[in-house]
Design a protein around this ligand. Structure first.
Ligand code: ADP
Ligand code: MG
Length: 862
């Protein structure tokens, strides 16, 4: 250490305790970084790497960013998952003996950002802390920018815990040191969230009350870890943090990560964007608080009858009372993000503009409450009585903050006249002084007879009288003192101007100081209302979500669903709300879904592209919409409450994750089978597609039997194995339905209508024809199918039927130009293999698929 300069020694000391963060080391008007931080930051931030004399062992790498533009750079680092420790000078450099004292005043991490620039309005920014005890773990998820915090208690191994963290969309996970060390590589490579270690897990005194609702010691530990971390990174008041609310899984519909992804609840699989998701469809919220609440609700649908019913009733009231709803929407439009405004007030970074927005928001609350009274349902009455408009605070802010208050504190003109007598006096002195000066200008013009004489001001010389060169002869040399010479004018002062200037500047100085002090007092005053404001914000957010539900329901002709006590699904003319919206509504074919106690499973057959997957998703989305409290896309709908929804839908390969379709399929199926109950909904779409035919069919068969005999969950099972349709003979709960399609003039037409009974044709070759595969190939396929059918050993009646329905021309045009008649059985087999290889679409196959195929082909030739 001794070879370094004293300042670098100081830097190294601070850096030693912040190894995992970029240390922004304040030097005058810059934040500087040194050593590895400098090398890395210059690369990430694309700023010039320089060097600095570090002491006797030469120059050290350095790079820096100007103090005033630091937020932009911090944003970039934090967005990329890094942490930034802000190290400020904490004593006046003029007073310092030796190196100026410096301290880290805040650590900004992905999960603790408070800056508007770093936050997205319509999304929460979550941080999660874990406490682990064997196979049990507690997870506390909090949003520092809003003050919310929830606690969960669950069982599971590390993979489950990590999945849980990503399911909650945390930006940062806080872990004990050992867990941090063992997970850090995996977390880093998955790149979903940042990880931090915090060994302390006792609840800091200042947060003792915050954990009052938590019953389980493990939950307290997780909360303790979180609060320790917040306390040590933020180093300031966190009084806006709310009590940690324990979440019981029994009141929520469970949705695993697979299903959330498959159903595209808040983002689509393909683009990872909101557009095309259920959230996108349902979001007509007017406030950011509402938008965030809606997303929360969609991520955690309810499994409590009363609460769902109350939401549905409230949505109904808003739905039917159009004018009240429009009024509420109009008022909500004027409400700013009160939740974050309250948090910022407490955190100490609310700007004058923020308090102005808080005031405007509060002023809209009384008329919102008035509309609530008109709605006349239990939910609206409850919200009405929970909502405290804080009229006193609104009035206080009305009187305190100037209507054109600036964005920044340093810009002044924040406080309204009449709020502080002292401030008004300084302001008077300043304005009077300025008027006096204006009058002086007039007076001096008259005295000297110089009409172009003017009084000006600049920062260096203060007030001056300026006289152009041409008029210098008229200057009263006895009274005017020369101050500055310009190319075409001279500037003068007089003793009385000097004296007035002193008074004006003094007043302005005091004014700025006083304004600053008053503003901090006002913010301190607001701070006392933070819990109440948060409560109010919560009510407004809920109302906003429900008006959004009502508005969408009206626009998209949704109906109020009935929660089934009999446990049946009876949906008449149901629709997939998102598919319906993105296509012309005229073209969407609605479908009924009926599942009863005696008939709880449907086996869905039909050609590719007919609408099987859409039909299955439709049911899941309808159930979720009901369980968040929204109307549903149908003419009428009765549904039971589902405790969980499991899905295995579509062929969304997790290629990036390196898992084959078939493996993903089996993982998801396994998860469903192990966790489903009689009250669950299971959607299995074309299970077994990813493996060889017989494997796949056998698996599908036994999975259906297992669900039928062991679980009894409501299940939709789609399949392209027509062989399975005979299962309805032995499984009483199972019913065959199929999506109808017809051949018109040799072309296939999808009707998208679900009808009873099994499909008698798979139309695979016709679909291939629609996809415009080369016509010799199609002809060849028809021929092979025909042969397969004649072999007849394995094909089902359905396959035979299809084969029979396809007319194979007498003289085939062979792909290999060998006349069909002259082919020996062995040659024929080889040819079939060649044509199969030719028809493989390698780009669409996983390695496992390819292995399976190869195995099949080899078997054929042997
Ligand atoms: P499958 O799973 O049977 O292969 P999908 O459910 O993926 O078929 O549907 C294929 C396409 O058909 C969808 O993308 C959609 O455009 C259209 N479609 C599905 N169901 C309907 C419907 N009920 N009405 C109109 N179009 C539909
Ligand atoms: Mg499908």
């Amino acid at each position: 250490m001794t070879q370094y300069t004293p300042m670098i020694q100081q830097y190294l000391q601070v850096k030693a305790s912040h190894e995992d963060a970029f240390l922004f080391f304040r030097l005058g008007d810059f934040y500087e970084m040194f050593f590895d931080d400098a090398l890395n930051a210059s690369r990430i931030l694309e700023i010039t790497l320089t060097s600095r004399d570090g002491g006797s062992n030469g120059r050290i790498p350095m790079c820096g960013v100007p103090y005033h533009s630091a937020p932009g750079y911090i944003k970039r680092l934090v967005t990329e998952g890094h942490k930034v420790a802000i190290c400020e000078q904490v004593e006046d450099p003029k007073q310092a003996k030796g190196v100026v004292k410096r301290e880290v005043v805040q650590i900004i991490t992905p999960g603790t950002v408070m800056d508007d620039q770093l936050l997205s309005d319509r999304d929460n920014n979550y941080i999660g802390a874990l406490a682990i005890d064997g196979n049990s773990y507690a997870l506390v998820v909090a949003d520092l920018s809003t003050g919310e915090a929830k606690a969960y208690l669950r069982n599971g191994e590390s993979a489950t815990m990590m999945a849980d963290l990503s399911r909650h969309r945390v930006r940062e996970a806080v872990l004990d040191r050992a867990t941090y060390e063992s997970w850090k590589e995996r977390i880093h490579s998955s790149n979903e969230f940042a990880a931090s270690s915090e060994e302390r897990d006792s609840v800091p005194d200042m947060f003792a009350e915050h954990v009052g609702l938590l019953g389980h010691p493990l939950q307290k530990k997780a909360a303790g870890r979180l609060f320790q971390y917040l306390k040590h990174t933020q180093k300031r008041s966190l009084s806006h943090m709310r009590k940690v609310v324990p979440q019981s899984d029994s009141v929520l519909m469970k949705l695993d990560a697979f299903s959330k992804r498959n159903l595209e609840l808040v983002e689509t699989n393909r683009t990872k964007g909101k557009k095309g998701s259920l959230l996108w469809l349902l979001d007509k919220t007017m406030t950011s608080m509402g938008a965030r609440k809606l997303k929360q609700w969609l991520e955690e649908p309810l499994y409590v009858r009363n609460e769902i019913q109350a939401r549905l009733d409230m949505v109904e009231a808003l739905y039917s009372k159009f004018f009240e709803r429009e009024e509420i929407r109009a008022k909500l439009r004027e409400v700013y993000d009160m939740e974050r405004l309250a948090a910022k007030s407490a955190f100490g970074n609310a700007s004058p503009r923020d308090l102005l927005q808080l005031k405007v928001s509060l002023q809209n609350v009384p008329s919102i409450k008035e509309q609530l009274l008109q709605l006349g349902c239990a939910g609206s009455e409850k919200l009405f009585s929970q909502m405290d408009a804080h009229e006193g605070l609104a009035e206080y802010l009305e009187n305190a903050i100037h209507i054109n208050a600036p964005l920044l504190l340093k810009d002044g003109s924040i406080i309204k006249e009449g709020f502080s007598k002292e401030l008004d006096e300084y302001r008077d002195a300043s304005t009077n002084g300025k008027e006096w000066i204006a009058a002086l200008e007039q007076k001096e013009r008259e005295k000297t007879g110089i009409r172009s004489l003017k009084i000006g001001y600049n920062k260096i010389f203060g007030y001056f009288i300026e006289i152009t060169r041409a008029n210098l002869a008229g200057v009263p040399e006895d009274r005017y003192e020369r101050k500055q010479t310009l190319s075409n004018a001279e500037r003068f002062v007089t003793p009385e101007l000097k004296e007035k200037e002193r008074l004006i500047l003094e007043a302005e100085d005091k004014m700025a100081d006083l304004e600053h002090r008053l503003f901090l007092e006002i913010r301190e005053h607001v701070k006392r209302f933070v819990p109440g404001l948060q409560e109010l914000a919560g009510c407004l957010a809920e109302l906003d979500v429900m008006q959004s539900f009502a508005s969408v329901s009206e626009e998209r002709r949704f109906v109020k669903p009935v929660i089934s006590i009999r446990g049946i699904v009876d949906i008449v003319n149901g629709r997939h709300p998102v598919v319906e919206k993105v296509m012309d509504a005229q073209e969407y074919v609605s479908n009924d879904i009926r599942l009863t106690d005696g008939n709880s499973m449907l086996l869905i057959t039909g050609p590719n592209m007919a609408g099987k997957s859409t039909y299955m998703r439709q049911l899941a989305l309808t159930a979720i919409m009901m369980q968040v409290g929204c109307f549903v896309p149908a003419d009428s709908a009765e549904l039971p409450l589902f405790d969980q929804i499991f899905t295995r839908i579509g062929a969304a390969d997790d290629l990036v994750g390196g898992q084959s379709t078939f493996m993903v399929e089996m993982l998801e199926t396994n998860y469903a089978i192990r966790h489903a109950t009689k009250n669950s909904l299971i959607l299995l779409d074309e299970i077994g597609r990813g493996t060889s035919t017989y494997d796949g069919m056998a698996l599908a068969h036994s999975i259906i039997e297992h669900i039928h005999d062991q679980i009894g969950a409501k299940t939709l099972f789609s399949t392209h194995y027509h062989e399975l349709t005979v299962l309805t003979d032995t499984l009483p709960q199972l019913k065959n339905v199929h999506v109808s399609a017809v051949e018109e003039a040799g072309k296939l037409v999808f009707l998208h209508k679900i009808v009873d009974g099994h499909a008698d044709q798979s139309f695979g070759i016709q679909v291939a024809e629609l996809a415009e595969l080369p016509s010799p190939l199609i002809q060849r396929a028809k021929h092979i199918l025909h042969d397969l059918e004649n072999e007849g050993k394995h094909s089902s009646p359905a396959v035979r039927e299809v084969a029979a329905s396809i007319d194979v021309p007498e003289s085939q045009l062979s792909l290999f130009e060998t006349p069909v008649k002259e082919v020996s059985p062995k040659q024929h087999k080889n040819e079939a293999v060649i044509s199969m290889i030719q028809s493989l679409n390698l780009l669409e196959m996983t390695p496992l698929d390819a292995m399976n195929k190869l195995f099949e082909l080899q078997k054929k030739i042997r």
